[in-house]
Design a protein around this ligand. Structure first.
Ligand SMILES: [Zn+2]
Length: 123
């Protein structure tokens, strides 16, 4: 029976990540305080993963501050995950339209443009 409980605990624990900001544990908030008496620490925040099959950035960072701290520290490594050495282009068609009388009179006769993506766009 205890083996089942160990397996259950592993399953439950697998639905959490620790915040990936290497400095998360240095930020002074009550939510990071653990321990008691004179043995208190600031601990990296634990993040609940709601859908492991559909990973989201917020499964790895506890808030915007931690996400951007991580990106500041590891910007080059993150950029190297998908090196971009030249611009990509998406073929489009630009169409000019004229507002008709179904719009408020302020717009009547004025022009606006719409952009439509054509097939063949690069991934
Ligand atoms: Zn964090």
């Amino acid at each position: 029976m205890p083996n089942v409980l160990v397996q259950l605990e592993r399953f439950v624990m697998s639905n959490y990540n620790w915040c990936h900001n290497p400095d998360c544990h240095t930020i002074q908030t009550q939510s990071r305080v653990r321990g008691s008496g004179n043995n208190k620490v600031l601990r990296t925040r634990k993040i609940k993963v709601y859908n492991p099959d559909d990973p989201h950035v917020w499964d790895f960072f506890c808030n915007n501050n931690c996400l951007f701290s991580f990106l500041r520290k590891f910007a080059r490594e993150v950029a190297n995950l998908n090196p971009t050495t030249k611009p990509k282009e998406t073929p489009i068609k630009v169409t000019t339209h004229t507002y008709d009388d179904t719009y408020p009179s302020y717009y009547e006769g004025k022009k606006y443009k719409t952009i439509t993506k054509l097939q063949n766009s690069q991934e």
